[in-house]
Design a binder for this molecule. Structure first.
Ligand code: SF4
Length: 380
């Protein structure tokens, strides 16, 4: 037990690592809520579980056997239903839980018969636009290049249409946007730049974040800033250069120093609290991840820690995610480190912490994430 962590916060580490068993009563209640639809955004490995909000504003993406059979079996934690609604319990901890139901548009098609989710998927309160078909790079932990062969940048109009549908969804409307997923080949960089500009111009009242590899010539940060960009995320993923060269050989070609210099320059241009970099926890020794946390924070950007989840279509599909003890120890050491550096772990948006090692209660927030809460079901 860690004195300043609540039951819900302790549970998050175990749920991220081992998932939960869903009791028969909870299963029946969720089936009524989703009315035959999916339980999960099921977009990529770290969003493939069910999203719950626990006590203390703790958000967690919980792997369950129906979506994560490759590594969830016989968890010690149960998602249950009692007289007061959903709750999770196990190992002496207990917390109320509210269930996040996926958006209705995830199961619908557009006017041309294409599923909207080929363009946009909502997780928590954020709708993610995937602007490319597949990815021109291959990383061994990422499903995107293994799901679809690379096919360039998608046409802009159906993407804008899908965003409009996602923001108006009657079941789970998105409240902010992320453009991410899939890196374009060099000849498609101008098309991706047009996507960024079109989205920023089409949705001026909505916070739009971009997550992308810093390809040569892709980012004109002063221009994106003038168009209203909210935040940018350039993910180191793996700090150890030897491991990075193996598991993300294309993305690593620019080298770690290039990424760090980009983060430093972006923080100087946009302000450090608008520049994030994610490290995937569990693919390298803990000491190496902590060096990454330090390097990102020292460059003035915000480190984000996201536990590795194996995706069955990838070469790492049979690997195990980091254990709860490992992520807890890493979190505590990272928290001490960034306190010492006067920094903060991201992200700042509470629902967007569902697949990261971040707690709203312990975070220094920017204070401008005042989106309405997503629609939650308590089961009561
Ligand atoms: S570059 Fe990004 S989208 Fe492409 S394979 Fe790597 S992590 Fe996935």
């Amino acid at each position: 037990m860690v004195a300043d962590l609540s039951d819900a916060e302790h549970l998050k580490f175990v749920l991220l690592a081992e998932g939960a068993v869903v009791s028969a009563a909870a299963e029946r209640a969720i089936e009524v809520i989703v009315d035959g639809g999916p339980w999960s955004p099921d977009d990529y490995a770290s969003t493939r579980g069910v999203i719950l909000r626990l006590d203390d504003d703790v958000w967690v993406n919980v792997p369950i056997e129906r979506y994560n059979a490759n590594f969830v079996a016989g968890s010690t934690i149960t998602l249950d239903l009692g007289p007061d609604g959903f709750f999770v319990h196990g190992r002496g901890w207990e917390s109320r839980a509210a269930f996040w139901a996926p958006a209705a548009f995830h199961s619908r098609v557009n006017g041309a018969g294409r599923p909207y989710r080929h363009f946009v998927v909502t997780h928590g309160d954020r709708s993610r636009l995937s602007p490319t078909i597949g990815c021109a790079m291959v990383c061994d932990f990422c499903n995107i290049p293994f799901d679809d062969a690379y096919g360039g940048v998608k046409p802009v109009d159906p993407m804008i249409d899908a965003i409009e549908v996602a923001l108006r969804d009657q079941q789970q409307p998105g409240h902010h946007l992320l453009i991410s997923g899939g890196t374009p080949g060099p000849k498609h960089v101008p098309a991706l730049q047009r996507v960024y500009e079109s989205v920023l111009e089409s949705f001026p009242g909505i916070a739009v974040d971009i997550m992308m590899v810093p390809l040569p010539g892709l980012f004109d940060l002063p221009r994106l800033d003038a168009l209203g960009l909210n935040e940018i995320s350039v993910n180191l993923e793996v700090f150890d250069e030897g491991i990075a060269a193996k598991v993300m050989r294309h993305k690593h070609r620019q080298g770690r120093e290039f990424y760090l210099n980009f983060l430093e320059d972006a923080a100087a241009t946009l302000g450090g609290d608008r520049v994030r970099s994610m490290l995937m926890v569990g693919l390298e020794p803990m000491e190496s991840t902590l060096l990454g946390v330090r390097a990102i924070a020292e460059r003035g950007a915000v480190p984000v820690l996201s536990p590795f989840k194996p995706d069955p279509v990838t070469p790492l599909g049979h690997s195990q995610p980091p254990t709860a003890d490992e992520t807890l120890e890493l979190y505590l050491r990272a928290r001490d480190l960034i306190d010492e550096l006067g920094a903060s772990l991201g992200p700042t948006c509470p629902p967007c912490t569902h697949n990261t090692l971040t707690f709203v209660r312990h975070n220094v927030t920017r204070g401008d994430y005042q989106h309405p809460l997503p629609v939650l079901h308590t089961g009561a």
